[in-house]
Design a protein around this ligand. Sequence first.
Ligand SMILES: *Cc1c(COP(=O)(O)O)cnc(C)c1O
Length: 468
Amino acid sequence: MKQKNGIQARLAQLPQIDRLLQLPVLKTLLEKYPRALVLELIRDDLERVREKILAEPGFEFQLENFVMQLTTEISAKLQPGLRRTINGAGIILHTNMGRAPLSPAAQQALAEMAENYCNLELDLVSGKRSQRHLAVEALLCRLTGAEAGLVVNNNAAATLLVLNTLASNRSCVISRGELITIGGSFRLPEVMRHGGAKMVEVGTTNQTLLADYEEALDETTALLMKVHTSNYKVIGFTAAASLTELVALGRRRGIPVYHDVGSGALTDLSRYGLPKEPVIRESLEIGADVVSFSGDKLIGGPQSGIIVGKKIYLDQMKKNHLTRALRSGKLTYAALEATLRLFLDEANLGQTHAVMQLLTKSIPEIEAQIQRVMRALPDFPGQLELIDGVSEAGGGSLATETLPTKLLTITLAPQSPDEVAQQLRENSPPIISRIQNNRVCLDFRTIREDEEPFILVALRQIASKFAT
Ligand SMILES: *Cc1c(COP(=O)(O)O)cnc(C)c1O
């Protein structure tokens, strides 16, 4: 196959599909993925090589390279799109990584409800149809002191439902300093518009006084809204009317007050040495008529939006037809109820609740994990170092606050930090790191002990690939 390599002769080197399928690597793939899909990808790849042979006279087909590329491509294309990741970024509620990891109790409830039928809308005493929110509502009332509660798809949906129910075709007064954007697509003015409420902005970015609200009230005003600015902080020359003041104003004028607390805490986090987040019970005690928050931020449950407050307003929301479109399924209810039940035993929350566990994980614990990893990699060809760092709560919780942590830094010259980070992401399971001061860092606050073996395997593999 030297000089007289006619195109025909070179095309003849291409393997038959049957022969390829005998190769052990491809046999393994056939066990994992549907035969038809694997065959389709092999044919596509062979066709591409055929075209290349026709187009490039100098192109030499090499079976080994071809098979390697093919298997990488098949695995990449046919593996599930949604994959578990290891969070080495140190952001506990990372929206891009699905926010809260669920607690064991919620995982169990999920597995049981996934496999079986359940009484989602069935009253077991009467055998009649019931409402899906009842069990969770009772828990929410107990945990927050509210009269009533409701669960929807997420807090954006909760906001939409509150505005649509209480202020559609009328107006809602809100401070200019609280017109938040969350994660790019939740922009409060848009939610107002979709909810059919006319937004009346008062005050300025850094200063909104009670008098500003008062002046804006007219006969169309249906709602006063206060939003916890969960992902930013305005500092300097600032003033904001307090919830207490807004409630007093609302009472005087007969207008309900809605508090969107964003993340929301069921328990005062300062008790755990953490920065304080608005406690839902406190907002209700101050007199907010309706409070909404996310189920998958500090609550640590599945994606959901929770609304609690006065029965008279919640009843209206339950009757709103939008509620049907925004409702959650049995898996959400299962995981949310199990998560909320953990708060009934607050003394053990640090052990039973996955997010609380990460928030309260101690520095010695984190340090011990990193040391274990470093000890297991004595011949690492680059540098591994244990340094101080900070973790974030994330997900628009504890906005500007950070938690001290320990980081493992990974340097593997001549590879750039970006290259190392990419290798980690391409690992199976993907490992998400953070680049800081031009170094790849893994924050072990968000890496569990049982995930350490994955880190070791990945680092060994990357090192072997890059070793010079
Ligand atoms: C996060 C957040 C939302 C959006 O909640 P999702 O559950 O992500 O829909 C709305 N308002 C505030 C103040 C938030 O922090």
